[in-house]
Design a protein around this ligand. Structure first.
Ligand SMILES: [Zn+2]
Length: 221
């Protein structure tokens, strides 16, 4: 944490999370990372572990120190914020969750628990909208990369095959793994796989030393 703050020339804040708690893991920590500030968000009265804090710091490190871009909707496509948040989380977790091992931590059980519940709920009768199913399938299959129980991956594959989505999801997984160090490209593969137009999004790069954010178009493949 000191290293990140020294690099940035500013402190990371701890704040109470003002948003309504999610139903899954209502006490979990979160963070936001901007060009002028980053904060780790905690729930009042919640137990918090060193690994929870580490996880949020690794998010901040990626955006501030490694200059990983964040996917954002263009101004007139505000409704895409939910989608960009989900895509960001999944791609970033593929990078930072394995890094937790460098600090002596095993993966937190929540990744397996959430994945087991989500794939266990297949065929998702309440989710009939095609885009939403496609996004969930593709992101869910990517998330299986940080799942430790191989049975979950087997179950996920069976669901995707039944849904006719396995080939596309597997192609995306391979492309994202190949381009994990090239986030613009990895993002582009995700947008293409789920049928989101590249022109509705941008990449936001944080220059924390100058306190500035720079936005760029997504590259062509
Ligand atoms: Zn996270």
């Amino acid at each position: 944490m000191d290293g990140i703050e020294r690099f940035a020339g500013r402190e990371i804040a701890f704040e109470f999370n003002p948003h309504p708690a999610p139903t899954e893991y209502p006490n979990s920590a979160a963070c936001y990372v901007r060009e002028d500030k980053a904060a780790i968000l905690l729930r009042a009265g919640a137990q918090i572990s060193a690994q929870d804090i580490l996880h949020e710091l690794l998010h901040i490190q990626r955006y501030w120190m490694e200059h990983a871009p964040q996917l954002e909707p263009l101004l007139n496509h505000d409704s895409n914020w939910d989608v960009t948040g989900r895509i960001e989380n999944v791609l970033e977790h593929l990078v930072i969750v394995p890094r937790e091992a460098n600090f002596g931590f095993a993966p937190r059980p929540q990744w397996d628990e959430v994945a087991r519940r989500e794939w266990g709920a297949y065929p998702w009768p309440d989710n009939t909208e095609q885009f939403s199913r496609s996004l969930g399938s593709h992101l869910g299959w990517l998330t299986c990369e940080i799942v430790t129980d191989p049975q979950i991956r087997t179950l996920a594959k069976e669901c995707l095959v039944k849904d006719g989505a396995f080939e596309s999801a597997e192609n995306l997984r391979q492309a994202v793994k190949r381009y994990l160090a090239n986030k613009p490209k990895a993002l582009l593969f995700v947008l293409r796989a789920v049928g989101l137009p590249r022109a509705e999004f941008q990449l936001a790069y944080i220059d924390i030393k100058r306190g500035k954010k720079r936005c760029a178009k997504l590259p062509l493949l």
